[in-house]
Design a protein around this ligand. Structure first.
Ligand code: SF4
Length: 936
């Protein structure tokens, strides 16, 4: 207990440790009382004791630092103080009126009294009034709720109010609502508006009839709620409450780790009871998510205990799966791989790392491929998402990763979003961007769909899919011809100016308008806003990269940042929003046929890695994932070990892919569930621990390496991926190269292999994630790249890239263009999210179709239709919406019953073979079929 008690009112102080802050209580955020020796200090007197406190902070923050707790029912550090509950009023010497501690800032010499008989009487009066019409049963039933704790602390009994039976609302799968417990503190309204930006809750009626209701005016499930759960976390009474801890038990302790879904990399506090997860909350002080989460991170974790989780090793013999011991599974696999290697050579075997695996595990997968098998045939799912970004940014800037940090969102004057439905695919970042747009920051959206952020955008360029190169060239032409470029930056940092100007001259907005489907004036408006209203930051998603000109699209986007000097500074940069939680890490760890750990090229650094690993390494050219599938079809690839990746379900052009898999002699799948890939093609199944069940690190989209921690023990016989790799290596006679006993030991080897992260140790990561480069133990990490100069010769060359239309053209037979992508409630192959109540919030992938097209085809909302391309067909329900253009349709790709990749086509990026998922010519026919769309 850190409180200094020297006041005359000692008995009325509430020491920090005497109040049991519920997990939902904002006061719990205050529990980590920091040192009172701050650098920029003001001297204040609190309750007759002198304190030094940080300059300009609120009295409430000063009290927190001093370990003094006040009731603050309407306060939440994530939103502006409302000061409506009046419970944190304090006496300031010389001030006649009591002042709210939550919004009054300290000043030098201020003398503050927090507890006096008068103040305490006042608080009791306020609480008594709030309790008058409050259900007594609620206080007794849930004493840990923040409001109930204060009632009990002050000895106040709630009224004998009989709750209105019509008030409880149980329609939402994760959130219970009982407004008989509402005290109108309005925290739910304010966190929803000011953090999530969803504006779901509002006040209705007046006087005694005042109620807070969702915007549906009926059940929460019918409202515009996106289930981020912030209102339930903020509510001090339980009027809005998470169901999971009610169902599974209140947590006994919390462990900090990282969300298992997208590469925003939100830090979470996982609540555990009896060794099982019962609740997930955001970490309040994470620089990534700042106390916020989306529906997946907060609620979609029940897959961990799914009944169909595979928890024993299995071998399929004569078409039948048989549970076996680890010993048998490992020796069987080692024997099969050794035999294939001997008969067909090492390059007949390939491995795939996992974007859901840790950095350490991906490091071992590529080390295994190269040192045990002797092949560079190793890749990961970055191949099908942001490999074009990595390639383009490496060619131009010398580093294939985000240039800036999420914290630059709040420093930008213009934000440009390209090919990313950010509020659904990366919701926590989408919410931050929306808040900035609501506060007047310029927002440019470049997307074929009217994504949600277009509601807040200054301009929306609704381009035709795949025309990014033409559009960016035209924006560059405007920037140059109208003189919006940064002449100083161009002169000092760029090369190739004359050539580029000569090339770009012809790309006038008028020239590209028809190709892109964007009026010239809109192109000019966007170019001017991006260039003139800087600093301008750009985020891009797979809408840009999953095209035949994916790499070139990113290169032309980089041109815009370079021309306008929007790079290397706060509030600027080119920032890919990576897909899965550790896809950035999987690629950089060396699950890449042409690069070892740290993007060290095989052709340049073989000798260094041979010395590091003390073994000869292969020189032959490795195959990437798409080339592996081609080689399988050509009967060159004989064995494949796939870690944490449902390739069959997520690769395009399924019919063609299937032919490849069917020719592979031996397939090992290492995963949590019987994925589509495992079910159809695997010979061995290694049951893997999930990210809640192991230690390690992930790398998020902004190059931040963060610790994941074991929260609960691996179920059954499941093992961490790295342990399984070590066991097979040992069985194949290479135990000495894989001697690890912990994830930390592997990380320490990575620090030797890749000096850019040498300064990042597990000990430092205990405090907070660190962004690479971080070459030394005292180095703070690097939030912004290229602040001084560029890695290759100090300068960057502008790239002149001509637009080439996609070969996947629409035709009279296939008149629609299908775009595939993500949606809020499900993730990737759906293997995790469809095994949670998210399946109730979104029951299936649907086909978004413009109302005019729906009328023309005589189909209605929710009607199943056949979606047919040149490559295959499927059936899915229609969602009639004007969020897509006429002639375009959209579907997510997560529902097993739909399996939309049966329809997507064979075309690939010109540089790195990333599939062109974003353009497939299709036709739509009435179906009448009934389909099971879920993945369960
Ligand atoms: Fe998890 Fe991404 Fe949602 Fe954050 S935004 S909670 S990392 S899914």
């Amino acid at each position: 207990m850190l409180l200094l008690v020297t006041s005359n009112f000692q008995g009325m102080f509430i020491p920090v440790n005497d109040i049991h802050h519920s997990a939902n209580c904002p006061l719990s955020w205050f529990a980590a009382v920091k040192s009172r020796n701050f650098s920029c200090m003001e001297e204040v007197i609190i309750n007759n004791t002198a304190y030094s406190c940080r300059e300009g902070i609120t009295i409430l923050d000063a009290l927190k630092d001093a370990g003094i707790v006040l009731p603050t029912l309407c306060f939440d550090p994530r939103v502006k103080p409302a000061s409506s509950c009046r419970l944190c009023l304090v006496q300031i010497k010389g001030n006649k009126r009591l002042q709210p501690a939550c919004r009054t800032r300290v000043s030098a010499g201020m003398e503050i009294t927090t507890h006096s008989p008068e103040l305490e009487d006042y608080r009791k009066t306020v609480l008594t009034m709030l309790a008058k019409d409050y259900p007594l049963t609620a206080v007794a039933g849930e004493p840990a709720a923040e409001f109930h704790q204060w009632l009990n602390h002050y000895g106040i009994t709630a009224g004998l109010y009989t709750p209105d039976v019509s008030l409880p609302d149980d329609t939402h799968p994760y959130i219970h609502v009982d407004m008989s417990r509402c005290i109108s503190c309005t925290k739910c309204i304010r966190v929803c508006n000011e953090v999530q930006g969803q504006f779901v809750w509002h006040m209705t009626n007046r006087g005694d009839g005042t109620r807070i209701v969702p915007d549906s005016n009926t059940g929460l499930a019918d409202s515009s709620c996106v289930s981020c759960g912030l209102c339930a976390e903020a509510c001090p009474t339980g009027a809005i409450e998470d169901k999971q801890p009610l169902r599974f038990g209140k947590p006994e302790k919390y462990v900090n780790t990282i969300c298992p879904y997208c590469a925003v990399g939100c830090e979470i506090r996982v609540g555990i009871k009896d060794g099982r997860i019962t609740q997930v909350l955001p970490s309040p002080d994470s620089p990534v998510n700042r106390g916020h989460l989306c529906v997946k991170g907060r609620y979609a974790w029940e897959y961990v205990n799914a009944a169909d989780r595979i928890i024993h090793p299995m071998i399929r013999k004569n078409g039948t799966w048989k549970t076996v011991s680890w010993e048998e599974a490992i020796w069987y696999t080692a024997a099969r791989l050794s035999a294939i290697r001997k008969q067909h050579g090492p390059d007949s075997i390939a491995l795939l790392g996992s974007a859901r695996g840790t950095n350490e595990e991906n490091y071992l997968v590529q080390k295994f491929a190269r040192t045990v098998i002797g092949t560079n045939n190793v890749d990961n799912c970055a191949r099908v998402c942001h490999q074009p970004t990595a390639k383009a940014m490496t060619i131009m800037l010398g580093a294939g990763a985000a240039t800036n940090s999420f914290d630059d969102i709040e420093k930008a004057r213009t934000i440009m979003i390209v090919g990313s439905n950010t509020t659904e695919s990366h919701p926590v970042i989408g919410a931050r961007i929306r808040q900035m747009a609501l506060h007047g920051v310029g927002l440019i959206v470049i997307d074929p769909r009217k994504i949600e952020l277009t509601k807040y955008a200054s301009c929306h360029l609704q381009l035709k899919p795949g025309t990014n190169v033409a559009l960016f060239n035209a924006m560059a032409q405007v920037i140059i011809s109208e003189g919006w470029y940064d002449a100083d930056f161009v002169e000092k940092q760029l090369t190739g100016w004359e050539d580029y100007c000569a090339f770009i001259n012809e790309y006038t907005p008028e020239m590209v308008a028809e190709q892109c489907g964007v009026p010239p004036e809109q192109i000019r408006e966007a170019a001017r806003l991006y260039a003139a209203n800087s600093p301008s930051i750009c985020f891009h998603g797979l809408g840009l990269t999953e095209q035949t000109q994916g790499t070139e699209s990113v290169m032309t986007l980089v041109n815009l940042a370079l021309l306008t000097g929007n790079i290397g500074k706060p509030g600027t940069g080119i920032n890919p929003l990576r897909g899965q939680n550790n896809v950035q890490g999987a690629a950089v760890m060396g699950c890449d046929p042409v690069a070892y750990t740290g993007l060290a090229l095989v052709k340049n650094e073989k000798a260094r890695f041979e010395a590091l690993w003390n073994t000869p390494l292969p020189a032959s050219k490795g195959l990437n994932l798409l080339q592996m599938m081609d080689a399988a079809r050509d009967e060159q690839l004989k064995a494949m070990w796939i870690c944490g990746y449902d390739t069959f379900f997520t690769l395009p052009d399924v019919k063609n892919m299937q032919q490849g898999y069917e020719k592979i002699e031996f397939v090992v799948v290492q995963d949590m569930f019987m994925t589509a890939t495992a079910e159809k093609f695997a010979d061995v199944f290694f049951p893997a621990a999930c990210s809640f069940e192991k230690d390690g690190t992930f790398t998020n989209s902004e190059r931040r390496i963060q610790r994941i921690r074991q929260v609960s023990p691996p179920p059954g016989e499941t093992k961490a991926d790295w342990e399984i790799v070590c066991l097979v290596a040992a069985a194949m006679g290479k135990e000495e190269l894989f001697p690890y006993t912990s994830a930390e030991e592997i990380w320490d080897e990575i620090r030797q292999a890749w000096k850019t992260v040498y300064g990042i140790t597990y000990e430092r990561l205990q405090q907070e994630g660190i962004q690479w480069p971080c070459p030394g133990i005292a180095h703070p990490g690097t939030p912004i790249l290229h602040t001084q100069h560029f890695p290759v010769n100090g300068k960057v060359r502008l790239e002149s890239i001509a637009y080439i239309p996609s070969p996947e053209g629409a035709s009279p037979e296939f008149p629609f263009t299908l775009i595939t992508g993500r949606e809020l409630y499900h993730f990737n192959a759906g293997n995790m999210s469809y095994r949670t109540p998210n399946a109730q919030l979104c029951t299936s992938d649907t086909l978004w179709l413009h109302p005019d097209d729906a009328v023309r085809l005589s189909v209605t909302d929710n009607e199943p239709v056949k979606l047919i391309s040149r490559y295959g067909q499927t059936v899915l329900p229609v969602h009639v919406t004007n969020l897509v253009e006429k002639g375009s349709v959209f579907s997510a790709f997560s529902a097993a019953g739909v399996f939309v990749n049966k329809v997507t086509g064979p075309f690939r990026d010109n540089y790195v073979q990333t599939p062109a998922y974003k353009i497939t010519a299709v036709r739509i026919e009435k179906s009448g079929a009934v389909n099971n769309h879920s993945n369960e």
